[in-house]
Design a protein. Structure first.
Length: 237
């Protein structure tokens, strides 16, 4: 009888250790206060739906459910690629599939939580509606759940839809966006070398606008891979 009790005790201890290991590996749900910004094909670097860490998508996408979470960009120093988060204010799940240079810098400098949530389709769409929606939805401080349970309430309404007639495509009323002169709205660290003409075309800019936004770039020379290039004004154009 005593041996049997020892056996049961050892078995229970083993199960407790396995359970603890599972929690350590997968994490228990926890809430953080986080800056949440948004991006789409137009202000992705380079423009389009390419992502740095494909997991369940080959290009940025998703509908916001547990089974099909929406792509988000962040810093892998704080959140492992493939990790899911849940944003209660949006009632949507997101999955870490892309890198965010600003998020990397903020984490390195002061351990600031920042996630950049995918909003647009994988195709670049004309107009400033996407950027206006991103500006409207951006939150400096909001609750985000790390390692969420799979049973939270979900709303699959797209945050931005070019075919939506109201609000210029945005899920919320968004103030019109207007470029502020030659002020840069977003930078891109170009992944490949190319001429100014080549990169202007990839960024959907004409050469006049490209040179206005990038006065320090010498277009007599090739732009080297890794160079930071302004990819659009404050509204993306």
């Amino acid at each position: 009888k005593l041996q049997f009790l020892y056996f049961i005790g050892a078995l229970m201890q083993r199960h407790m250790l396995l359970a603890a290991a599972f929690v350590a590996a997968h994490g228990a749900p926890s809430n953080i206060t986080c800056e949440t910004t948004f991006y789409g094909a137009k202000d992705n670097c380079p423009p389009g739906g390419d992502i740095a860490y494909p997991q369940i998508h080959q290009v940025a996408g998703g509908v916001g459910t547990w089974a099909d979470p929406i792509t988000f960009a962040g810093t892998k120093r704080a959140i492992k690629p493939g990790s899911r988060i849940y944003v209660p204010g949006l009632r949507k799940y997101f999955i870490m599939e892309d890198d965010c240079e600003e998020c990397d810098q903020q984490w390195d400098e002061r351990k600031k939580w920042h996630v950049d949530l995918w909003m647009g389709t994988a195709d670049v769409v004309p107009g400033s509606g996407l950027i206006a929606c991103e500006n409207q939805m951006t939150m400096a401080h909001t609750t985000v759940t790390l390692d969420p349970e799979s049973t939270y309430p979900v709303d699959t309404t797209p945050l931005f839809n070019i075919s939506r007639t109201e609000n210029n495509g945005c899920i919320e009323p968004a103030a019109p966006c207007h470029d502020v002169g030659n002020q840069c709205g977003n930078e891109c660290e170009v992944p490949t070398s190319g001429t100014c003409q080549q990169w202007a075309a990839k960024l959907y800019l004409n050469m006049t606008r490209f040179t206005e936004l990038n006065p320090k770039i010498d277009c007599n020379n090739v732009i080297k891979a890794g160079t930071s290039v302004c990819m659009g004004g404050t509204c993306g154009d």
